[in-house]
Design a protein around this ligand. Structure first.
Ligand code: MLC
Ligand code: AMP
Length: 506
């Protein structure tokens, strides 16, 4: 029987000579393909020795490191389900994810072991390990005693490989279940579409707890047997320094904005580069054009999401990469734009983007009703993005029907933040809106009203939020006003607030 385990496909793409370098880190370490083969085997053996139930979740909140990547690959290899968590999440956020996903294994940074293990044990997790970016922690200690021989677990294409938490209008996060088949089909399509070839070297500068860094970048390099230059954190100077050794770079728009601020970003620095790819948030046309002028390269913009991995891409070859568009639906992806009455819209008209394809997820973890709501009767997933298709087939995203702010490539759900603000003493109501920002593209601004007779202190409210939520979710400003604008139906008019504050950071 064919093994559809994603790891098996990635492993099959390792170069024949396992002694070649697979990864070079910014800390001066170098890992061969043999190192990856052995380390994933040892860690997979450790996971399998724990007697976990089928489909067990392995929840991971650790700093980026090659060992963290090995943990991801080992989870696939052993046949369990990987659940990555942003390192910025604090205890209330982690408590929700662990409570909801009920992982059998939790891996955290040793400095967080006290509070994370408390949450995990309370939720019934039996195994809590630590892993730090300096290759220390109980996970590696334990894996070090395991055999380096391991047979890849047998998986069907529909078996779950990962759960990625993402949110919606109600504010509570939903776990998007992605199968081995979802991830592998998308990786294979992108390998061809983006012309990955022998000799390619990827600069990996993104976090590995979201689709972009974990799947698009990492699977791309692995499936091509390509070396990665591995940066623990995005550092624009270091990226520029490493460009001459690389051929492919991927980033969210903020990374491109910050790279453009580097004097060292020149034609000469980019001489060996083949491809710059951007996504996760809208790339401003100014950034697109400035990049062309400075480097001689045209950024290739693509579009995707946690529930679907990649959906569209500008062409790598055989067509123009058009700034401001996200290109064409990828091979195998069926994409349509629908109007309010569920009718297909003609060329150029704006409507809801819906998609179907082998990359589209299996549903939301333990939320069958929510899953049903997000699909049409004929099986299309409602992305929550609003866009149009031009006469040449290029897709442009013009907005979102979901109330979502994308800040520096991270999602901020207004409903979640408003929920926290509304619970604060003296607050009557609040609205969080996204406004343009030169570095993060968009940032959240809170507008709050007080209960009668109460004087609210905006900076204290922000400090209170900061003690409870991931730092990127904190509004960059907070205004206390006498009332929020409403329409005739009594609904808060966020568009007016957006308009009012649109120049705050320009
Ligand atoms: C950091 N800060 C942010 C922020 N990142 N504020 C708003 N939005 C962000 N994204 C704030 C922190 O709160 C902190 O504020 C200050 O900046 C410094 O924090 P830091 O952690 O040191 O920041 P830095 O390292 O500079 O991080 C910026 C960044 C990072 C752009 C490198 O945000 C990043 O890696 N973004 C990429 C996200 C990503 O990979 N997205 C892909 C999602 S997948 P203070 O006040 O506390 O000091 C997806 C699907 C798809 O969307 O299509 O790909
Ligand atoms: P996430 O839930 O983190 O996976 O975020 C996915 C969302 O990011 C999509 O639904 C889009 O709204 C947005 N997105 C991703 N890529 C792009 C892009 N190239 N341009 C505009 N928005 C994008």
């Amino acid at each position: 029987m064919k093994n559809h385990n994603l790891f098996a496909a990635l492993r099959a793409a390792f170069p024949a000579s396992l002694d070649e370098v697979a990864i070079e880190t910014d800390t001066g370490l170098s890992y061969t393909w043999r190192d990856l083969e052995r380390a994933t085997a040892m860690m997979a053996n450790l996971l399998q020795s724990l007697g976990l139930p089928a489909g067990a979740r392995v929840a991971v909140q650790v700093e980026k490191s090659v060992e963290a990547m090995v943990l991801y690959l080992a989870t696939l290899r052993a046949g369990y389900v990987f659940l990555p968590l942003n390192t910025a999440y604090q205890s209330a956020e982690i408590e929700y994810f662990i409570g909801n996903a009920e992982p059998s294994v939790v891996v955290c940074a040793s400095r967080n072991f006290g509070w994370v293990s408390k949450i995990a044990f309370k939720a019934g997790t039996q195994n809590v390990f630590t892993l730090d970016e300096d290759r220390s922690g109980s996970l590696l200690d334990r894996a070090g005693h395991c055999s380096d021989q391991h047979e890849v677990a047998l998986k069907q294409a529909d078996d779950m490989a990962a759960i990625l938490y993402t949110s919606g209008t109600t504010g509570r996060s939903k776990g998007a279940m992605l199968s081995h088949g979802n991830l592998l089909s998308n990786a294979q399509v992108l390998k061809d579409y983006w012309g990955w070839k022998k000799g390619d070297v990827l600069i990996h500068a993104l976090p590995i707890f979201h689709v972009h860094g974990l799947f698009v970048a990492m699977h791309g390099a692995l499936l091509n047997g390509s070396k990665m230059i591995w940066l623990g954190k995005f550092d624009p100077k270091l990226v520029v320094e490493k460009l001459p050794e690389a051929t492919v770079f991927m980033g969210v728009p903020t990374l491109y904005v910050r790279l453009l601020a580097e004097a060292g970003l020149t034609l000469e620095a980019c001489r060996n580069m083949r491809l710059f790819i951007a996504g996760s948030a809208p790339l401003l046309i100014e950034t697109f054009k400035e990049w062309q002028q400075r480097t001689g390269h045209t950024i290739l913009e693509r579009y995707g999401m946690s529930e679907t991995a990649m959906l569209t891409s500008n062409p790598y070859q055989g067509g123009e990469r058009r700034g401001g568009t996200v290109g064409f639906a990828l091979p195998g992806v069926s994409l349509r734009v629908q109007g309010d009455e569920g009718q297909s819209l003609p060329v150029g008209e704006i409507g809801d983007i819906q998609v179907k394809g082998p990359n589209v997820f299996q549903g939301y973890w333990r939320m069958p009703e929510k899953t049903k709501e997000e699909f049409t009767a004929d099986g299309y997933f409602k992305t929550g993005d609003v866009g149009k298709i031009d006469e040449r087939g290029y897709i442009t995203i013009v907005g979102r029907s979901k109330d979502l702010i994308i800040s520096g490539g991270y999602n901020v759900y207004p409903a979640e933040i408003e929920g926290y603000i509304n619970e604060m003493p003296g607050v009557a109501e609040s609205a969080l809106v996204g406004v343009p920002h030169p570095d993060f593209g968009e940032v959240g601004v809170a507008v709050v009203t007080a209960k009668a007779g109460v004087t609210l202190d905006a900076s204290r409210m922000l400090a209170e939020l900061k003690s409870r939520l991931a730092n990127f979710k904190i509004p960059k400003q907070c205004f206390v006003v006498s009332e929020l604008p409403r329409n005739a139906m009594g609904k808060v008019q966020k568009n007016l607030l957006r308009e009012q504050h649109k120049s705050l950071f320009s």
